[in-house]
Design a protein around this ligand. Structure first.
Ligand code: ADP
Ligand code: ZN
Length: 433
């Protein structure tokens, strides 16, 4: 196995030793911030007393609301003059949150990112196009500096402007891209619509992440674009991309345990779930200087995958994210995650690239409607054909969800697309009553 960084091949004992040492250090550092100083005092935890991994459970959990409440400086553990960058969340769902970085933090992040890219098969000889929004979104600069650290010729293409993206891919014979999965499907559709085969585009590798996507979506991206797509997981609070990534075996994402301690907890009780069960991923930063976070509740649902990966790396793997704890829809008393719907839809050959989930209220009853784009060749005037497709999709969804959604077939490319993360759920329930 070729590695980028020696930390990739630590033994389990070595990982535990690094984590123990770094946990002790990071708690002391966190205690310099007003937020954690108060929190640790209140809980009666002396930072000096953190000496083993078992001490982790004595530490406070940290939530997104804590970050919001301490905006803008409350979680800062370093002096202002040591800071060189900040990233902030968009704040569309509430007050913004901010994460700071020192020079060393940025170097560590770039190293982690380069490690991920190398693990997925990228090399310094690759020409890399970063199709992601730059600016405060971490998928821009975070990925960018990783690719440069690896030594790739890096094209900061940014998001959107599909025609220009395609031109850059061709003109510079781009061999690897970073792209949000929903946009990858959209881009492939645009090329196909021009009567060209998206498989003829040069890239051989796509790093896809930043939003939940199903195995079916990955397969479609791989087939449509004729490349290998690797799942990339991260969040701004943990730097951004570079937290967990797939290796060449594409069977779950290795989470870099020399830089993060990961726990999977029951979102209700905050107790660890049984080994291999799905729960909320909770992480502690082990290397961040400017703004350490202890036991941060990501709200992302996943599980540790059992067994060892064939690649030989012993960093544990997490399963693809099934959704966020707050993504769950409750329809007629049944819990539904949007990913369950995507998984079904994208396995249907007649379905094009996009879909939308609409929640409506009729009387006092919530209804779920799924609007699905159908490929042009099937979207013909023959009502029987379309009726058949519609019935089949409704049946498949009913079997998966245990409620019967309404299914509406629409023409390819008629649903809204986004240059950034896709928003698939439209909730019309509030405005109806
Ligand atoms: P926000 O979307 O809150 O502005 P981020 O850009 O940091 O902030 O997004 C991080 C979130 O994106 C993660 O917590 C997770 O929900 C989602 N995410 C990132 N990568 C993946 C992935 N590979 N699979 C599924 N979800 C992902
Ligand atoms: Zn592996």
């Amino acid at each position: 196995m070729e590695i980028f960084h020696p930390a990739e091949i630590l033994s389990r004992d070595e990982i535990a030793a690094v984590q123990t040492r770094r946990l002790a250090r990071v708690v002391k550092r966190a205690a310099r911030s007003p937020f954690y100083k108060a929190k640790l005092d209140e809980m009666g935890v002396d930072p000096e007393s953190i000496t083993s991994l078992d001490d982790l459970t004595r530490l406070p959990l940290t939530t997104k609301d804590d970050l919001r409440a301490s905006y803008p400086f409350g979680m800062l553990a370093d002096e202002h003059r040591e800071l060189v960058r900040l990233h902030a969340s968009s704040g569309t769902t509430g007050a913004p949150t901010v994460v700071y970085h020192t020079k060393k933090d940025l170097r560590t992040w770039a190293d982690l990112m380069a490690r991920c890219m190398h693990m997925a098969g990228m090399r310094k000889e690759d020409v890399f196009q970063n199709i992601a929004g730059y600016g405060l979104f971490t998928g821009g600069l975070g990925i960018h500096y990783g690719a440069e650290r690896l030594g790739c010729l890096t094209i900061p293409a940014g998001a959107g402007n599909t025609a220009r993206q395609i031109k850059l891919l061709r003109d510079f014979n781009v061999s690897a891209v970073h792209i949000i999965p929903s946009y990858a499907l959209y881009l492939a559709g645009v090329v196909a619509e021009q009567g060209l085969d998206p498989r003829d585009l040069p890239p051989r590798i796509a790093l896809i992440g930043a939003e939940p996507h199903s195995e079916e979506a990955r397969r479609r991206i791989e087939e449509m674009l004729g490349l290998k797509a690797y799942n990339s997981y991260g969040l701004s609070e943990m730097n951004g991309p570079g937290v967990a990534f797939e290796c060449e075996h594409q069977n779950g994402m290795h989470l870099w345990e020399d830089s993060y301690i990961a726990e999977i907890l029951d979102p209700q009780t905050q107790e660890p779930v049984a080994e291999g069960e799905v729960g909320e991923l909770v992480m502690t930063t082990l290397t961040r200087e400017a703004m350490p976070l202890l036991r941060y509740r990501t709200r992302d649902l996943t599980r540790f995958l059992p067994g060892q990966c064939a690649c030989g790396r012993l960093h544990r793997r997490i399963d693809r994210i099934t959704g966020r704890a707050d993504d769950m829809l409750i329809i007629k008393g049944v819990n539904i995650y949007p990913m369950q719907i995507e998984k079904i839809l994208l396995a249907v050959p007649e379905v094009a690239q996009n879909y939308q989930i609409v929640l409506e209220r009729e009387g006092y009853i919530d209804q779920i409607k799924v609007r699905v784009e159908i490929k042009e060749e099937f979207f013909i005037e023959d009502m029987r054909v379309l009726g058949g497709i519609q019935k089949r999709i409704a049946g498949l969804l009913r079997n998966e969800l245990l409620v019967t959604p309404r299914v509406e077939l629409v023409e390819a490319k008629s649903l809204p697309t986004s240059e950034g993360k896709a928003s698939r759920v439209v909730d019309l329930r509030e405005t109806k009553d």
